[in-house]
Ligand binder design. Structure first.
Ligand SMILES: [Zn+2]
Length: 98
C-alpha cells in the first residue's frame, strides 16, 4: 500500500501522521480522528457524524473539518479536548462571573 501524502501549509506529510479535527463555529476542537480514516473533509465529517440529517445541521451551525499535522494538533487541539482552551475559558468565565 502506498502512503498517501498530503500538503498542509506548504509542508508535505504522510496522511497517516495527520489528524482530522472537528471544530465548532467559534473554532473550538470537539474531536479528532487519525488521518487515514478519511481523505477529504466530507469523509471526515461522515466519520464523526454518520447521519446525513445531523451533518446538514452541522453545516448550518458552522462546524468545520480540517486536516492538521501532529504539531498543529498539539498546539491547537489538545487544549480544546482537555477543556482548557481559550474558547471554553471564555464561556466558563462569563458564566461564573455573571
Ligand atoms: Zn477550544
Amino acid at each position: 500500500m502506498t502512503t498517501l501524502m498530503v500538503q498542509i501549509d506548504g509542508t508535505t506529510v504522510p496522511l497517516t501522521t495527520c489528524f482530522w479535527v472537528r471544530r465548532t463555529a467559534d473554532g473550538c476542537a470537539e474531536g479528532s480522528l487519525h488521518g487515514e480514516y478519511a481523505a477529504t473533509p466530507e469523509q471526515a465529517h461522515k466519520e464523526f457524524v454518520p447521519r446525513q440529517r445531523d451533518r446538514d445541521r452541522d453545516q448550518k451551525a458552522g462546524y468545520t473539518h480540517e486536516l492538521v499535522t501532529r504539531e498543529q494538533w498539539d498546539a491547537t487541539v489538545m487544549a480544546c479536548l482537555l477543556g482548557k482552551c481559550e474558547h471554553r475559558q471564555a464561556t466558563t468565565e462569563d458564566g461564573a462571573a455573571r
